[in-house]
Design a protein around this ligand. Sequence first.
Ligand SMILES: C[C@H](N)C(=O)N[C@@H](Cc1c[nH]cn1)C(=O)O
Ligand SMILES: [Zn+2]
Ligand SMILES: [Zn+2]
Length: 478
Amino acid sequence: MPAPSEFLKYIDGNADAFIKRLAEAVSIPSISGDARHRKDVFAMADWLNAQLKSVGVETQLVDLGRHTMDGEDLPLPPAILGRLGNDSSKKTVLIYGHFDVQPALKSDGWDTEPFTLTINEQTGQLIGRGSSDDKGPILGWLNVLQYHHENKLPLPVNLKFCFEGMEESGSEGLDDLVRRESQKGGYFDGVDCVCISDNYWLNTRTPALTYGLRGLSYYKVTVSGPARDLHSGVFGRTVHEPMTDLVHLLNTLVTPTGDILIKGVDEMVPPADEEEKKIYEKLDYSISDIEQSAGASIALSDDKVNVLMGRMRQPSLSIHGIEGAFSAPGAKTVIPAKVSGKFSIRLVPPQTPDNIDPLVIDHLKKAFAELGSKNTLTVENLHGGKPWVADHRHWNFEAAKKATKAVYGQDPDLTREGGSIPVTLTFAESLGVNVLLLPMGRGDDGAHSTNEKLDRSNFIEGSKLLGTYLYELADIQK
Ligand SMILES: C[C@H](N)C(=O)N[C@@H](Cc1c[nH]cn1)C(=O)O
Ligand SMILES: [Zn+2]
Ligand SMILES: [Zn+2]
């Protein structure tokens, strides 16, 4: 059953109002990883809850309890569960998205205020934190629902929703909720398939469906020693310096070309055979795509297959920052007393946080012992999640392929993504159904980066895609 042409017209006809709604969403700085913004994540939950109700969704906010972040005890933002339709002759689809965002400051290098949606009329770009990751995709669903609600039209499938406000900070509390509600009689009982509304195309021109995600293990390694920050003129070359120790430790983790030096981590992953390599060869992708989205000619290889495998089927280790280090302008001559290096490893099957943690901790302890330092080392795993790979020949994917062809006139790329959405595997395992990632944005959207954007056409055509996917799902043989 194709989507009604009136639906497609409605999305086009209301594009400006939809963009205005996106601007409202972007203006709420719902940064889950910054305690000072926790109230904004709550405000975002209230805003989204009200929007869902206004288009006919029956919702409930679920308290996920409390957690400790950077030593502070904080309330977790609620998850929003919703449902619309309860027709036993129809399939039931569970939609997931997240309403929290990564931090953003104009001083990070943004050209515009990150929490003011700025429309570039020339390029059609909608610029603002969360425009692509993940407020635009969530609002795409509101656009679809608004058409049906205003026109008093039933949806072709029953919908259930699960929106969370902690995805960018390890989805604290969500796994337990999903497992609980997936049991018989639970909120998600009866779900036939899941659609994760997050992620991006591989390039800027070919829509994609994603069937794999890397997992994640995020570490904080702390070296402490002096009772307080010291004067480097008075104490330099007289004491063990925590920063010097830490920099040595970080240097033992990964080579400049990405090889992971922690024994057993790279080795755990079997190499790709020729058949698998053909999958990457076929993808519409070039080195210039990665260099364009990175904003510089810095790809690790000139070979497209190597670059794609590095992102999709190999683990990677990235060093993110050093807490406690002097980082302000000027030339402060300080020896910081306590510094914490933050790094994470993106995981692929068969890696999991459980089998990677001991390798990392053992490596750091040995490397620290070799320094002969009198300082103190601690290693913490801040959060993590397992990798996920799905069957892309399933009817859920077939419906999404048909919808993509109908809206964009082309077949989608089938991708595995380098990023992580840990709850994806939890949905797959606890519900025992197929999970699909249906991306809205492009590969150069700059998620997590400065000047994040969503192209107007991706927001509008992407909203049509979400609606069309539901009509194709209704039709397809289970
Ligand atoms: C792919 C998704 N849009 C995303 O960005 N996920 C984050 C999840 C995360 C985990 N810790 C912090 N963020 C990611 O892959 O970094
Ligand atoms: Zn993200
Ligand atoms: Zn996301």
